[in-house]
Design a protein around this ligand. Structure first.
Ligand code: ZN
Length: 228
């Protein structure tokens, strides 16, 4: 993993009880922060997705990590939360994320189904709004675990779909439903520390027509019981 030392860009931190520190940007697949103790101090590791972040954001994050390393609860600074939700941050880092996650085809058009057709049907039906899918990216996955049909990365606003659903034998509504579920994760505020499938989420989910029938279809998807 390549790292870049950015210690000289960070303003002096209040470091007690450490004698010294250094700060590195590290190539990571996901946005992630870590620290490790060194002989005399601490090394702070920030994901290189933050390479273009304003210095004030990097400083706030380093201060938060130092506090965390002293046993305080980690609290993500508001400045970082605001920064990573900007369109600029998402647009400039998403290509890097997509390259690194290696499980996406980058294609919306599958051999049978087009994900954008699903998104458009969801919008036409009034289930999904412009604001839900602003600055987001849809792609078929290269593969996905059995019974996992979709995935959503809220940070980079990427929805990927299990390629087993890319078949003429799968009803369009099933793909629409899987995408609807993932779009609901895009609709959620990722900075709120709630459970992803909370009551609010479930009530949105139940608005999908034939919800029960489609859930049952997906539960039987790999056993063939859905063909009955
Ligand atoms: Zn979910």
């Amino acid at each position: 993993m390549r790292t870049t030392d950015i210690t000289d860009r960070i303003r002096p931190l209040s470091m007690y009880p450490y004698d010294d520190y250094n700060v590195v940007l590290k190539q990571t697949a996901h946005l992630h922060y870590a620290y490790r103790r060194t002989k005399t101090g601490i090394e702070i590791e920030l994901s290189d997705y933050l390479g273009e972040a304003p210095l004030s954001v990097l400083n706030d994050e380093c201060e938060a990590i130092v506090a965390w390393s002293r046993g305080k609860k980690f609290v993500q600074p508001q400045s970082l939360t605001d920064y990573i939700r900007t369109d600029d941050f998402i647009v400039s880092n998403r290509p890097k994320y997509l390259r690194r996650c290696r499980t996406v085809t980058m294609m919306q058009q599958g051999s049978s189904k087009n994900l954008i057709d699903s998104v458009e049907r969801l919008m036409d039906s009034g289930l999904v709004f412009d604001t839900d899918i602003t600055n987001s990216f849809f792609t078929w996955a290269t593969h996905m675990a059995k019974y996992k049909f979709g995935q959503c990365n809220q940070t980079f606003r990427v929805v990927s779909v299990n390629p087993d659903l890319d078949s003429d034998s799968v009803p369009d509504a099933v793909v629409d439903y899987v995408i609807y579920h993932e779009i609901l994760h895009l609709r959620q505020d990722p900075t709120k520390n709630h459970r992803p499938h909370n009551a609010q989420f479930r009530s949105w989910e139940h608005m999908f027509p034939d919800y029960d029938r489609i859930e049952e279809y997906l539960r039987g998807f790999y056993t063939g019981s859905h063909r009955r």
